[in-house]
Design a binder for this molecule. Structure first.
Ligand code: NAG
Length: 358
């Protein structure tokens, strides 16, 4: 959901301000390309530096694909440029697609403004030929540019250290027109490897307030105050506010309660001693486990289904960690220790790696 939102946001930003849009490295974006015509009748490859086709990304973080449906009197040329534009000192990558001729080519180098090259020669032919329609796709992935003419692969070309962010079109002679077109940017493989999985889903569920009391020098786990874990074995976090006049004791219980395998431990909000272990837990220093005034803290638990690590936190500082393999637990049970505790504002966030269960 968040990803979808970011993507919409990036897309909207790209529409509002194409030249300034900085596409989030984990987002994709698509744009339509407006029709335009370039007249190369008197100057061959008469690119117009004033009308770039701006990609919604640059290739430092994204791969792109551009499809142009064109009509051209001569061979069709595209100059891929970085943010400095057509006359960038970094040069351009110029791709020729043979429509009037059969020549497909690609080259990298600087090009100079038309007034400097107009004397170099007139267009290849002043003969008016029948314009040719074509659909041309330029695809850039993993630093390789591939070009398809009417779905046939015609060019493969490696491009290193060049941050393409825009392109310019022209033809060898006559007029080249973009009838329609579109561009798409997707995160590069290396960028997306550090992006949140698009399928990750976090489901948050609140927990009713729990009041617990232990009137003995020890723990009392009252089944009516158990908190059900709603995450069915997936990774989760549980966070709650606690006000208590003793340490908080927890048990992680499966279907057989205290008759089955269980984990138990203490959250040392009073004693500052926190630990978790398998099975019944012995309090080392009972006198340190309770106080005469109430203390408040935010506690949280974090279970990672991949590493099987279960960690506990007091006010965001980790206080214990244990591995719990073969997770088969469905309840958290709490107890005070010769005292009372209120657990309020609790909530679980279950993290599902293959989308939320419907
Ligand atoms: C292209 O430019 C030439 C002169 O440079 C002009 O004669 C011709 O009409 C122009 N073509 C179009 C389609 O604008």
């Amino acid at each position: 959901m968040r990803f979808e939102y970011l993507r919409q946001l990036a897309f909207a930003a790209a529409l509002l301000s194409p030249a300034l849009a900085q596409l989030d490295k984990c987002s994709s974006a698509s744009e339509t390309i407006a029709p335009q015509s370039i007249n190369s009748s008197s100057i061959a490859k008469n690119y117009n530096s004033a009308i770039p086709i701006t990609l919604p990304c640059d290739v430092s973080s994204h791969d792109f694909s551009v499809t142009l449906n064109i009509q051209s009197d001569g061979d069709f040329f595209v100059a891929f440029a970085d943010s400095a534009g057509l006359y960038s000192s970094n040069g351009v990558v110029q791709v020729q697609v043979g429509l009037a001729s059969t020549r497909n080519s690609v080259s990298r180098g600087r090009i100079s403004p038309p007034q400097k090259r107009s004397h170099l020669g007139s267009p290849i032919s002043s003969l008016v030929k029948r314009a040719v329609d074509a659909s041309i796709t330029y695809s850039y992935s993993n630093s390789v540019l591939t070009v398809f003419k009417n779905d046939v692969l015609i060019i493969t070309y490696a491009i290193k250290n060049f941050d393409i962010s825009q392109l310019f079109v022209s033809s060898s002679t006559g007029t080249a027109s973009i009838i329609s077109g579109g561009s798409t940017c997707i995160p590069t493989a290396s960028a997306s490897s550090v992006c949140p999985n698009i399928d990750d889903c976090t489901a948050t569920s609140p927990v009713p307030c729990v009041f617990i009391e232990s009137d003995i020098v020890g723990t009392v786990f009252d089944p009516t105050t158990y908190i059900q874990i709603p995450c069915s074995g997936s990774s989760f976090t549980f966070t709650a506010s606690v006000t208590a006049d003793s340490d908080l004791f927890i048990s992680i219980l499966g279907p057989d309660d205290f008759d089955g395998t269980f984990y138990q431990g203490s959250i040392g909000i009073v004693s500052a001693l926190s630990q978790m272990g398998l099975g019944q837990f012995t309090v080392a220093d009972p006198n340190a486990a309770y106080a005469f005034t109430a203390v408040s803290a935010t506690i949280s638990f974090e279970y990672d289904a991949t590493t099987t690590a279960f960690k506990t936190y007091i006010n965001s500082a980790q206080v214990s960690e244990i591995l719990i393999p073969n997770w088969n637990f469905n309840n958290l049970a709490f107890s005070a220790y010769n005292g009372i505790a209120t657990i309020s504002g609790g909530s679980f966030s279950c993290v599902y790696s293959n989308g939320c269960p419907s």
